[in-house]
Write a protein that binds this ligand. Structure first.
Ligand code: S3P
Length: 167
C-alpha cells in the first residue's frame, strides 16, 4: 500500500496539510487521533487519564497498523514515532513519510492558541520541558521520514506543492 503519511510535532500543521492534500488527490483522508476518538468513544485526554500514556500508545500502534493497510493520506499524532514498533511499521512500509519540520516556537504558539484541542502532553508542562520533548523527537522523525518539508515560511499550498513534487 502506498500512503502519504504526515509526521511531525504537535502544531506542525499535519491535519491542515493532510486536508489540503486530500482535496487534490483520490486517496481517502485518515486522521489517526480522530479515528481513535471515534473508535474508542473517548477523547485523547480521557484515554490518557483512563489508560495512561502507555495505554494510549498501544491503541495508537494498533491504529497505525490498520491505517497502513489501505492507501490513504494519514495524519498521525505527534508521538507516533516514539515506539520502535511504529517506526519499524513506517520504515517497512512503501508509503511516503513526510516530516513537517518547524521551529519549536512556531509550533508552541499554535499549541497554546488551540483552546479546542488541549493535548495531555502539554498540560502541566513548562515551555522548556516541551521544547526538550520536541528536541528529543527530532531524530525519530528524521529516522522515519522519506521527505522533509521545512514549513515555517511556507503557505499550506506551497507545502502541498513541495510534497506533490517529491512523491
Ligand atoms: C501527542 C500528539 C497529539 C495526540 C496526543 C499525543 C504527542 O496529536 O496524538 O495528544 O505525544 O505529541 P497531534 O500531534 O495531532 O496534536
Amino acid at each position: 500500500m502506498t500512503s502519504i503519511v504526515l509526521v511531525g510535532f504537535m502544531g506542525s500543521g499535519k491535519t491542515t496539510v493532510a486536508k489540503a492534500l486530500q482535496t487534490q488527490s483520490n486517496l481517502p483522508l485518515v486522521d489517526m487521533d480522530q479515528l481513535i476518538i471515534n473508535s474508542q468513544g473517548q477523547s485523547i485526554s480521557e484515554l490518557f487519564e483512563r489508560y495512561g500514556e502507555s495505554g494510549f500508545r498501544r491503541i495508537e500502534t494498533a491504529c497505525l497498523r490498520d491505517c497502513l493497510q489501505t492507501s490513504s493520506i494519514i495524519s498521525t499524532g505527534g508521538g507516533v514515532v516514539l515506539s520502535s514498533e511504529n517506526r519499524q511499521l513506517l520504515n517497512k512500509s512503501t508509503s511516503h513519510i513526510i516530516w513537517l519540520k518547524a521551529e519549536f516556537e512556531t509550533m508552541y504558539q499554535r499549541i497554546i492558541a488551540d483552546k479546542k484541542n488541549v493535548r495531555p502532553i502539554v498540560v502541566q508542562r513548562t515551555k522548556q520541558e516541551l521544547e526538550k520533548i520536541e528536541n528529543d523527537r527530532r531524530a525519530l522523525y528524521e529516522d522515519v521520514a522519506t521527505f522533509i518539508v521545512e514549513v515555517d515560511r511556507l503557505s499550506v499550498n506551497q507545502i502541498v506543492n513541495q510534497i506533490k513534487r517529491n512523491i
